[in-house]
Design a binder for this molecule. Structure first.
Ligand SMILES: Cc1ncc(C[n+]2csc(CCOP(=O)(O)OP(=O)(O)O)c2C)c(N)n1
Length: 360
């Protein structure tokens, strides 16, 4: 029996294309990306690193509300998202704001989401996404349902969802991947294993050596990938999407990554549960450093280009926060009216009450 488990677990080796020095170690697996694609991936990662820094600063100034830092996870988030098409449906968790933005949510709306303003949850026409899920694991079952819907409608599109290592301990996770497997629904489940669920290390979440191997019980393919290697993440996700649109069912992807910052800006102190050595070890794997080295070796990236992206990100943040500030404050009557098509009678009374209050 032990031997059987070992045999299974040994099949989930971490897939990598670029090593920590930015050298290609898996030439055969290189994805088919143009030079412009490669530069776009770097642009998105640099932009997102700056967006994270600015969001943290804005949060500290009291200008943003809920915020979950993203630095360290750029390759995992954006490499996987780059495999998505516009028609695909995104079901993100609270940390996955970068994918939402690159999928089409305007930045000022992401800031409004952070402030708890309902407009942050209103996806513009044509942006196929749900708002970020706060309930751990809930998006997994929802993604299975969305994927089945896409299949039933005969659409050539895929449901992408993201959760953390902690999310993979939830009942919803097993239900979702099992359901998607049973119906061969076009879903991609990305588990971003950033090593901790707030302060609980992944070893305490599960006895499984990998999260990818959990796919076996659902009868679906599972793959573990270096989440600090944007090319590797893109490649496995692109392959998974291809299978999904060809009617070959769902895939579970575990990205091995790390969040440099605290869990959220609401008072988490990572020094209480991880050492400086661990942090340094992960910073040596940094996805931007690695990919920058690779691009520079191909003559595709320079300090000048990077500075342009940094300036653009800063300008965009400034404009977006201004627009968020200018958005009318939400009213109680807004909340009531957007929640129901037909108001229940008890809310009709409250609606009238608040209309009066708000008119003063
Ligand atoms: C159902 C549920 N239980 C508990 C929480 C509180 N909670 C918020 S974040 C979190 C940890 C999640 O960790 P993980 O899934 O690894 O994602 P990460 O934050 O690391 O991206 C918990 C337990 C919640 N939001 N929902």
């Amino acid at each position: 029996m032990n031997n059987m488990l070992e045999k299974i677990e040994n099949q989930f080796e971490m897939f990598q294309i670029l090593n920590e020095e930015g050298k290609v170690i898996n030439e055969d697996a290189m994805p088919d990306l143009s030079d412009d694609d490669l530069k776009e991936l770097m642009t998105r990662m640099v932009y997102t690193r700056i967006l994270d820094q600015r969001s943290i600063a804005l949060n500290r100034q009291g200008r943003l509300g809920f915020y979950a830092p993203t630095a360290g996870q750029e390759a995992s988030m954006l490499g996987s998202h780059y495999a998505m098409e516009k028609e695909d449906f995104l079901l993100p968790a609270y940390r996955d704001i970068p994918q939402l933005i690159w999928h089409g949510l305007p930045l000022y709306q992401a800031f409004l989401f952070s402030r708890g303003h309902f407009h942050g949850n209103q996806m513009p026409e044509g942006v196929n996404a749900l708002s970020p899920q706060i309930i751990i694991g809930a998006q997994i079952t929802q993604a299975a349902g969305v994927a089945l819907g896409l299949k039933r409608r005969g659409e050539k599109a895929v449901a992408f969802t993201y959760t953390g290592d902690g999310g993979s301990s939830q009942g919803d996770f097993y239900e979702g991947i099992n359901f998607a497997g049973a119906y061969q629904a076009p879903a991609i489940f990305v588990v971003q294993n950033n090593q901790y669920a707030i302060s609980v290390p992944v070893e305490k979440q599960t006895a499984a050596r990998t999260i990818a191997q959990k796919a076996v019980a659902a009868g679906i393919p599972g793959v573990q990938v270096d989440g600090m290697d944007v090319l590797a993440v893109y490649k496995v996700t692109k392959d998974a999407r291809e299978r999904a649109v060809n009617g070959e069912g769902p895939t579970l992807i575990e990205t091995i990554t790390f969040r440099y910052g605290p869990h959220t800006m609401a008072g988490d102190d990572p020094t209480r549960y991880r050492t400086k050595d661990t942090e340094n070890e992960w910073e040596r794997k940094d996805p931007l450093v690695r990919f920058r080295k690779y691009l520079e070796s191909k003559g595709l990236w320079s300090e000048e280009e990077e500075n342009k992206v940094i300036e653009k990100a800063k300008e965009d943040v400034k404009a977006a926060i201004k627009k968020a500030d200018e958005t009318p404050k939400q009213k109680v009557t807004d909340l009531i009216s957007i929640m129901y098509e037909e108001l229940p009678s008890n809310l009709e009374e409250q609606m009238e009450e608040y209309k009066v209050k708000e008119s003063k």
